[in-house]
Design a protein around this ligand. Structure first.
Ligand SMILES: [Zn+2]
Length: 132
């Protein structure tokens, strides 16, 4: 019996989230609007600009109830499901205003110790360095 490809780790309590107990979620409308254009920005200011994208969260329902766009953890337990959700979300006009790509890249980082969506086994990560 094999388990799921992917584990969900709560970003509040850092414990695994069982099916039915939590979600991957985001409130795209909470993204901070761009600051008003006050003319020429120095490149240093642009580089130092805070990340204003809406952040995807992975939480137990009891730790932080999922709000906005919500994917129940049991619906994103395999690599194909993760990929399918990504294709689905790409049809949403607001996706680029969120950090979905960071969520994916963190999942793919074998050195990451962050909560979020974690592969059950590192053997799935042999495809790295796409585009290098
Ligand atoms: Zn939790």
């Amino acid at each position: 019996m094999t388990g799921p490809d992917l584990l969900a780790v709560c970003d509040v309590c850092l414990q695994l989230i069982d099916d039915g107990d939590g979600a991957v979620w985001c409130r795209p409308e909470t993204a901070t609007p761009e600051p008003p254009d006050e003319g020429q920005f120095l490149i240093e200011e642009l580089l130092a600009a805070p990340d204003t994208r809406a952040r995807w969260r992975v939480t137990h329902e009891e730790c932080a109830p999922g709000e906005g766009y919500r994917i129940a953890v049991e619906r994103i337990r395999t690599w194909p499901a993760y990929l399918h959700w990504t294709a689905h979300l790409m049809g949403k006009g607001w996706l680029a205003g969120t950090n979905w790509a960071d969520l994916i890249l963190d999942t793919l980082d074998p050195a990451s110790t962050q909560p979020g969506i974690r592969p059950r086994t590192a053997r799935d990560l042999g495809h790295r360095h796409v585009g290098d």
